[in-house]
Design a protein around this ligand. Structure first.
Ligand code: SF4
Length: 259
């Protein structure tokens, strides 16, 4: 990797964050909650992420690595299962931060989900670690309970650097994640964050996805950011504004230019 590139390296950032949020096979969690997505999903919000997206909806668990408590896979499973049983959900997920940080914790949690047999675990990830570590994806291929949703944060290297602050070349890991998932036959689909970049940039991205994961383009999910007050504040501070976004009340707007 070119060391003269601007921005941080998300892989190096992962190692730093892991020291704070991983303890043996335990992962630090901020909270557990029922959520409305996917028709109802039991959600554990993990602490810590290896990206710094300017449009990130999460605040406390991304930026405060000392919040919450450590949970073993068994303890996290107990909390998720209890919420799912209480609400009649069929889906489970980790959110709030990046769930592939502390991969051993995730694997042991998935073993418990798999053994139970009642639930689908939606692995919502930025794909960085799955792209960098094909052996992670090989491990995921052992589970039938998992579906991976890779959220592609930008349409190009340049835009990825702009919206995440990470090195432009680390954008490749997101596409590599799709390639590894396709190669190992893991159920997955890509989501693409819209609104940052022109039409041509997004067309090029779709072509690049086609090259690494031909079937994925049929299952592309558009992801539109939500202009929560703290998100607006971050965007304004960064001098970046999306071409479209949801208001917190759910209205789709073509966002006005900053200022
Ligand atoms: S990858 Fe997700 S959790 Fe991490 S900073 Fe980006 S939007 Fe936030």
């Amino acid at each position: 990797m070119n060391t003269r590139e601007p921005g941080y390296d998300p892989i190096e950032l992962t190692y730093k964050i892991e020291k704070e949020v991983v303890l043996g096979n335990a992962r630090r969690y901020y909270r557990f909650r029922p959520a409305r997505f996917y028709g109802g999903i039991a959600t554990g919000d993990v602490v810590g992420c290896n990206l710094r997206c300017v449009f990130c909806w999460t605040r406390i668990p991304r930026d405060n690595l000392r919040v919450g408590s450590f949970y073993t896979p068994q303890e996290a499973w107990n909390r998720l299962r209890s919420i799912a049983e209480q609400h009649g959900y069929r889906f489970l997920r980790l959110s709030g931060g990046e769930p592939t940080i502390g991969f051993q914790h995730l694997v042991e949690l998935l073993e418990l989900v798999e053994a139970d047999g009642r639930y689908t675990f939606i692995l919502e990830t930025n794909g960085i670690l799955l792209g960098a570590h094909p052996e992670y994806v090989r491990k995921l291929a052992q589970f039938t309970c998992v579906h991976v949703r890779v959220s592609i944060k930008a349409c190009s290297e340049e835009m990825f650097h702009k919206v995440t602050g990470a090195k432009p070349s680390s954008f490749q890991y997101q596409l590599l994640a799709l390639k590894h998932l396709a190669d190992y036959g893991v159920s997955h689909h890509p989501a693409i964050v819209l609104g940052f970049g022109d039409e041509n940039c997004y067309k090029t991205l779709v072509e690049r996805i086609k090259e690494v994961d031909p079937d994925a383009v049929e299952h592309l999910e558009p992801e539109v950011i939500v202009l929560y007050p703290h998100v607006e504040k971050r965007l304004k501070a960064a001098g970046i504004w999306p071409r479209l976004a949801y208001t917190p009340s759910g209205k789709l707007v073509k966002a006005k230019e900053k200022g």
